[in-house]
Ligand binder design. Structure first.
Ligand code: ARG
Length: 565
């Protein structure tokens, strides 16, 4: 596709050789009022160089430009205004989408550079609850986006499979656990005994000491401790796999916290060598006061490691093992301080790549019933939410009299897609309240609305009596709504770049909502499957492009694009 800004800069470079191409490019604006053209070039800066009044310069430049790309170029005050040759523009855009199809928007700017995206990172033996959905779907979308831009991505699920809580769980299991009951109903049962541990420990604090002792045993490879821990881990992963499968998410690595247990001594040695740590009451800490942060506890009195210690080991391992270009962590904003401390410590350890470690935070999900607490056992399982979404979607589409063979499949695509879409439609940093009802609505800016638009365009293409071709009369697509739709399609590749730079999948989500709305506007105003062959062939090409770009966008945010609904 033609990059119009670049093209304009190229044309202007001939006229104003005093400015660098890059400068010119940065000066080109998009006028707020389309009456003023599609692009504008302000001439104020040139006044000094050319010793002329800006309107005069604008006038002279405008008069000298003759290009097929523009219907007209004229000056208004100090601006040179460019009006696109819309027919040529639409032709260029539609041909590109037709040619590239599912690769439309793809680049290879990331070639040869490794990007690690760590996300989901759930805790084993605990519920995979609605609170985990954000890291899971935001992270997966970021991973898809980077991959689409040609980066060599590695998706990591940094499982919470280590720490004192496993000491607690072992104690609880020994007191109240039953192997068979747990095998049959793993997470709720493990949760039950974990909750019970906390209740009982309120009266019997010595249980906490026992738990610490068991964790230490685990760290020291005690056979019984390791065996129990492994079992908790295996049965948990089997449970989680169902949720990941429903969401269509896969990980390249499940190296969680436990993976780093034998990699910590090296880290501690380096920290001591670099004089980063100091002793405090038998424990070791990093004093971060001069950076405006509380101290970070690195080793406990009994020598056992902490969450942050494992995160330090993980970052160093990832640099050694993957030599990443970026190491991204999609973790809630409650952990902002943790990641600030952690990154500062990496820097203090003398690693020059600390800036390549990026924490991508997001806001909290709340439920109408209030927030959740694992300890108190107030939980909404993500699997249940997804199942409910699928069931309710089934009820909704049954009324719409869809092909019975397809009901299950469509309900799955739409129900799950709706939940994911909802997660990714707002700026990630915002807190929000989850409502299944709003999520499943077919109206408004929802997943079902966008998927339905995709299905509608698919149906038009199925019912067309012509095959798609790009050899059409583009003058037919002269409506403003066709131009608006093509403009959005044209910007799609840039939108993906922006989403990657900001680690913000919602930029893509918003854009496909805009495309769906623009297509529906065109469709509302114009008949596509008209008799006239020439008209039909041009309009179905436009419908095809809208459908393709919606599908590509949905794919990036991890949602299927149904052909029928
Ligand atoms: N398992 C942690 C939790 O549920 C999140 C882990 C985030 N990742 C990390 N590298 N610290 O809170």
């Amino acid at each position: 596709m033609i990059d119009y800004k670049e093209k304009i800069a190229e044309i202007l470079k001939d006229k104003v050789s005093q400015l660098e191409s890059k400068e010119i490019l940065e000066m080109i604006e998009v006028p707020p009022d389309p009456q003023m053209g599609d692009y504008a070039f302000p001439c104020f800066r040139l006044a000094k160089i050319l010793r002329k009044a800006p309107p005069m310069i604008a006038k002279e430049i405008a008069e000298e430009i003759h290009s097929d790309l523009f219907k007209k170029v004229e000056s208004t005050n100090a601006y040179v205004n460019f009006f696109m040759n819309k027919t040529l523009f639409i032709e260029d855009v539609l041909k590109e989408v037709y040619e590239k199809k599912e690769d439309f928007g793809k680049t290879n700017i990331g070639k040869g550079r490794k990007v690690i995206v760590e996300f989901s990172s759930v805790n084993i033996a605990k519920p995979f609850h609605i609170g985990h959905i954000r890291s899971t779907v935001i992270g997966s979308a970021i991973n898809n986006i980077y991959k689409f831009l040609g980066f060599d991505t590695v998706s990591i699920n940094h499982l919470g499979d280590y720490g004192t809580q496993f000491g607690k769980l072992i104690v609880a299991y020994k007191l109240w656990g039953d192997k068979e009951t747990i095998e049959n109903n793993p997470i709720p049962e493990l949760l039950r005994i974990y909750v019970k541990f906390h209740e009982v420990a309120e009266e019997k604090p010595e249980l906490e000491d026992e738990a610490r002792a068991w964790f230490l045993k685990l760290e020291n490879n005690d056979e019984e401790a390791v065996q129990l821990w492994k079992w908790f881990r295996d049965i948990s992963l089997k449970e989680f796999a169902r949720v990941y499968k429903m969401l269509g998410i896969e990980f390249d690595s499940y190296a969680g916290e436990s993976f780093y247990s034998d990699k910590m001594p090296k880290v501690l040695t380096r920290m001591r060598e670099k004089g980063v740590m100091k002793e405090s009451d038998g424990a070791e800490i990093v004093d971060l006061e001069s950076f405006g942060m509380p101290p970070a506890l690195i080793t406990k009195k009994d020598g056992s490691s902490l969450y942050i210690t494992r995160d330090l080991a993980a970052a160093i391992y990832r640099k050694d093992h993957y030599n990443f270009y970026k190491n991204i962590y999609v973790v809630g904003s409650q952990q902002n301080l943790h990641f600030q401390q952690w990154r500062k410590i990496i820097e203090l350890m003398g690693y020059d790549w600390s800036d390549d470690c990026i924490h991508v935070p997001f806001g909290m999900v709340s439920l109408e019933e209030g927030t959740m607490s694992t300890r108190k056992g107030r939980i909404v399982f993500l699997e249940d939410v997804l199942k409910k979404a699928v069931d309710q979607t089934k009820d909704i589409i049954m009324e719409k009299n869809v092909n019975a063979d397809l009901v299950e499949e469509i309900a799955r695509q739409v129900g799950i897609g709706a939940v994911v879409f909802q997660e990714l439609s707002n700026n990630r940093i915002k807190d929000y309240a989850f409502s299944l009802e709003k999520t499943l609505s077919f109206e408004g800016e929802t997943g079902p609305y966008v998927q339905y638009t995709h299905a509608r365009a698919s149906s038009i293409l199925r019912n067309a009596d012509q095959t798609l071709k790009t050899d059409v009369d583009y003058h037919i697509l002269s409506e403003e709504s066709a131009y608006e739709l093509c403009k959005l399609i044209y910007h799609f590749p840039k939108v993906i770049m922006e989403a990657a730079e900001k680690y913000e999948p919602s930029v893509v989500t918003r854009h496909i909502i805009d495309i769906a709305q623009a297509f529906n506007k065109f469709y509302h105003d114009q008949h596509i499957l008209v008799e006239d062959e020439g008209t039909q062939s041009a309009r179905i090409l436009l419908a095809f492009a809208a459908k393709q770009v919606i599908a590509n966008g949905l794919g990036l945010i991890g949602i299927e694009a149904p052909e029928r609904m």
